[in-house]
Design a protein around this ligand. Sequence first.
Ligand code: GLN
Length: 238
Amino acid sequence: MIINILHLYPKNMNLYGDHGNMLALKRRLEWRGYEVNVIHHDPGDELPEDIDIIFGGGGQDSGQTVVEDDLKIIAPKLKEFIENGTPTLVICGLYQLFGNKFVTYEGHEIEGAHILDISTTGGEVRLIGNVLIDTPDFGEVVGYENHSGLTYLGDGVKPLGTVITGDGNNGKDKTEGVIYKNCIGTYLHGPILPKNPKITDFLISKAIEKKTGKAEALKELDDTIELKAHEVSSKRPR
Ligand code: GLN
């Protein structure tokens, strides 16, 4: 079986090892005997019809401005995929842009894709450092954040987790990220997936379930190294 992963804007949106998320997805699929086809989408490219997993990373405000116009074009199609349950992970810069809007600290308003019911405003201070959150779906999740944007969630989404260490969505309400259908948005770089294999496997199992029409348990993998990395990260000071 071939799993098609759409990688959104790899040239402009890729910070703090975000690309490692693609490697983690690819390897964990291959270790279970699936073939992986990675489709890069850069501004101006045509969006393919057959997509099993969507991934997009973070970026500077300038990178977000570069992809803004293209995102407007593909937003309705992306929304359709996510409404239909396509497993998706968007980090920081693209997490913000999947929302309603991002107003940068300089006052430039970037319209979002209106997929996630969130809105972001650039703050004066950058929120930087190691993060540990508690999530109902994946237990403790570790990562690293660096953003000026402060994100507030609307009624249509629930947070991915509650902040234990770090600032999360806005440094105030203790929420971090969102989960909507099978779409996860988060500020966590790191990259997040290699150190949090439960999230990787969530995306993989939803992709396979959607493709085959039946929910199946994934083949167990030896996660000794991944769990060790998780443990080391979870003990890092802010
Ligand atoms: N430019 C955005 C911000 O600073 C996103 C940064 C990122 O993706 N790390 O809020």
